[in-house]
Design a protein around this ligand. Structure first.
Ligand code: HEC
Ligand code: HEC
Ligand code: HEC
Ligand code: HEC
Length: 155
């Protein structure tokens, strides 16, 4: 029996060969050079991710100069809240020690962020007050020291 190659096969093979070489050429130009350096990702992505400026210092950095406040805070109900949760990113202030580089929060709304009554909040997880009823007309920090809100009020 004579071996018979259907005429469409070589054409198909040629079409495949062209597609595959086009793919290889495109791949050569599109895959970033550092791809696969460490794994199945772009090696340079590590450098890109390390570039953004650091904003948060972590609260241990604050203890160097504000240990008194940490001692106060650690002894009361706000012990679990880190400095930068209330004061915002502090990396710049750690370097400069300038007051202008750190936020000193004020106002009833600030405390209300966590403490104002909210039906979506689990009751008693954080004690909630009605910010429109609880000692209105005065700022929270006139009675509660923010670093020791309960101890100071008890005295
Ligand atoms: C290297 C010492 C140093 C470190 C670290 C430091 N501070 Fe300070 N901080 C200071 C000094 C000094 C002042 C007083 C600046 C002034 O009154 O001009 C100050 C003032 C402040 C103030 C008052 C700002 C105002 O408007 O009166 C806040 C709030 C504060 N620091 C928070 C922080 C927090 C939060 C951290 C940690 C992220 C921190 N500090 C880390 C030295 C430091
Ligand atoms: C629950 C929010 C909260 C947390 C947590 C907090 N602070 Fe404050 N802090 C405040 C508020 C509000 C003020 C403003 C008080 C005022 O104006 O009398 C303040 C004021 C300050 C001041 C100015 C001096 C003073 O006593 O008024 C410094 C310094 C300071 N905080 C440092 C820190 C450091 C360091 C930590 C972490 C150990 C920290 N704070 C944690 C809310 C907070
Ligand atoms: C980031 C959220 C947060 C902010 C902002 C905050 N608190 Fe708190 N506060 C808490 C948490 C968490 C507790 C601990 C609640 C618990 O243990 O159930 C607490 C506890 C308290 C308590 C004691 C409640 C009790 O019955 O035990 C008082 C009073 C208080 N905060 C006042 C304030 C004041 C005043 C401010 C503004 C200067 C403030 N808080 C800002 C989260 C916050
Ligand atoms: C005039 C002083 C005064 C002012 C201003 C004040 N408080 Fe109080 N706060 C108290 C006293 C006293 C208590 C304890 C008795 C009570 O529950 O009313 C208390 C209790 C609380 C409690 C605990 C409630 C509970 O059910 O255990 C929270 C939370 C609280 N205050 C947050 C705030 C916040 C947030 C502000 C500002 C919006 C604020 N306070 C303003 C005096 C004050």
């Amino acid at each position: 029996m004579k071996f018979y190659i259907p005429p469409q096969l070589p054409r198909l093979a040629l079409a495949f060969a062209i597609f595959i070489s086009l793919f290889l050429v495109a791949r050569h130009y599109l895959v970033p050079p550092s791809f696969g350096q460490y794994g199945h990702y772009r090696g340079d992505a590590l450098i890109d991710n390390a570039l953004p400026e650091i904003h948060y210092a972590g609260q241990k950095a604050c203890f160097d100069c504000h240990q008194d406040i940490q001692d106060l805070k650690a002894a009361d109900v706000h012990s679990g809240i880190h400095c930068e949760t209330c004061h915002g990113p502090g990396q710049k202030h750690v370097g400069s020690t300038e007051a202008a580089d750190i936020i000193k929060p004020t106002g009833r709304e600030f405390c209300g962020r966590c403490h104002s009554k909210n039906a979506a909040r689990q009751e008693n997880a954080i004690f909630q007050i009605d910010i429109n009823k609880h000692n209105i007309g005065k700022n929270c920090i006139e009675c509660h020291n923010p670093h020791s809100p309960w101890e100071t009020i008890m005295k």
